[in-house]
Design a binder for this molecule. Structure first.
Ligand code: ADP
Length: 438
């Protein structure tokens, strides 16, 4: 959630600052108006006054110069703050017309800072600045309420604007803003401070989406375990073989549940920056050999030709368990998504140009449709048409991306065409040039 207190206090600071500066200016102007002869430059010669009056006048004059310097210095300071404040700030007159706007507000309205004067002589309708009729109507209602509410009145409002990215054809449709509207002075002027809350809004949407998807994924194995246990508890299963079958289902679903929860914990731990990797000098070839050995039986069961080409001694700094999980996920996926009799090849090579070690898992399987290529690394994303080919959680590749990019500062990607197999790869910076190929 946006920090309303911060915005409000900044707005208050601006409000109070400007009000003070204008008040002092007012005093200055009023005091010179009260002395028309001073304004006309007709001064009473000081030397004709008695000593006491002369001292008094001199002291008043010194105070006047000092007060003027303070006011000017204050106005300059507030003008600089107003200009450099990153959030858009607008000053509205009592009719809701914009009579001042800082560069951030002008930039929101796509106005050039220097070429577009906005002041009491050149006021702009709020709609020119905000560009969303519904939002403007809503904001003006708040402005009216604040004007009617007097000095202490404050209102907040939320609205959305079409984002620039959306105008350029991107998916991201809107930017979110929170507005704080408060009284600026006794002339009915109001201060409108906008705060871009798009990031907070998107983060909270992502969080809700994650919770919804996670709950959905957890529900499936849970109901399956529940159904199996119910069958066993009812005592209807007389045959030992039948009981064993339902127990096996419950165990399999429990494993699936555990994997799901572990993957979620690992991903959120890395994303939150609380995962504690155990870094060591790791030979990626050794990791690939171990993973392939471990999956050899599964490959044989599906008659998949699992091959390995490694260049030994390619050392990276990394967490061996995490890197092993990445290779395991990629090879495991290769085995899951290729039809029987196809091939999966694992290679470990040096990439001299980027001084990194690259692990590639290439399969001759189904391939990935172009529209899914960017999304297979997203949380819970599974390609619809392959859901029946193999079971999964849709978290494996996201975990791989987190481990490679966040923990090891490497890169991960996929090249594929539908029906032509897939080539998943990741690279991690080599520990030292000596470990690179000659
Ligand atoms: P899952 O647990 O579903 O395998 P992953 O995150 O590992 O989750 O993969 C996400 C999706 O990417 C898979 O559901 C599958 O649709 C697709 N995918 C992954 N690897 C391959 C592959 N080698 N060939 C074709 N599709 C793949």
């Amino acid at each position: 959630m946006p920090d309303v207190t911060t915005i409000s206090s900044v707005a208050l600071a601006f409000g109070a600052g400007f009000a003070a500066a204008w008040m002092l200016l007012g005093i200055r102007i009023r005091s010179s108006c009260l002395r028309p002869e001073a304004a006309r430059g007709v001064a009473t010669p000081i030397r004709t006054l008695d000593e006491g009056r002369r001292r008094e006048l001199e002291s008043l004059s010194r105070e006047h110069v000092l007060a003027r310097r303070i006011v000017e210095e204050r106005i300059g300071r507030f003008e600089r703050m107003f200009a450099s404040f990153p959030d858009p700030i607008l000053v509205l007159d009592r009719h809701g017309e914009v009579v001042d706007a800082n560069p951030a507000a002008k930039s929101l309205a796509r106005l050039e800072s220097d070429d577009d004067p906005i002041d009491a002589v050149n006021p702009r309708p709020l709609e020119v600045m905000i560009g969303n009729r519904t939002a403007v109507r809503d904001l003006l209602e708040h402005v009216r309420a604040v004007v009617a509410g007097g000095a202490e009145a404050v209102r907040t409002a939320e609205f959305e604007l079409e984002s620039r990215a959306a105008e350029m054809g991107a998916d991201e449709a809107t930017s979110a803003f929170e507005a704080v509207i408060r009284t600026l002075d006794e002339h009915g002027r109001t201060l409108l401070v906008l705060h871009d809350t798009t990031r907070e809004r998107d983060a909270s949407r992502l969080k809700s989406e994650f919770v919804a998807k996670a709950s959905h994924e957890l529900r499936t194995p849970l109901s399956s375990i529940h159904a199996s246990l119910e069958m066993l508890a009812d005592g209807d299963l007389r045959e030992q073989a039948q009981r064993a079958e339902f127990l096996a289902i419950a165990i399999e679903e429990t494993d699936r549940l555990a994997k799901l929860v572990n993957d979620m914990l690992d991903i959120s731990g890395i994303e939150a920056g609380v995962a504690r990797p155990h870094m060591a000098q790791v030979d990626l070839a050794e990791i690939a050999i171990d993973v392939v050995d471990g999956l050899r039986a599964a490959a044989d069961r599906r008659s998949v030709d699992l091959r390995l080409h490694v260049q030994p001694g390619l050392i990276v700094e990394g967490d061996p368990e995490m890197l092993s999980a990445v290779v395991g996920n990629l090879v495991g996926n290769g085995l899951k998504y290729v039809p029987e009799g196809e091939r999966v090849t694992v290679t470990v090579d040096a990439e001299d140009l980027t001084r990194s070690v690259v692990v590639t898992v290439t399969d001759t399987g189904l391939g990935i449709p172009a529209e899914d290529l960017d999304r297979v690394f997203d949380k819970f994303y599974r390609i619809k048409r392959y859901e029946r080919n193999a079971r999964g959680t849709g978290l494996g590749l996201n975990l791989c991306r987190n481990i490679v990019e966040q923990v090891h500062h490497g890169r991960i990607g996929v090249d594929s065409r539908l029906g032509e197999g897939a080539r998943f790869w990741f690279s991690v910076p080599a520990s030292h040039p000596a470990s690179m190929a000659a």
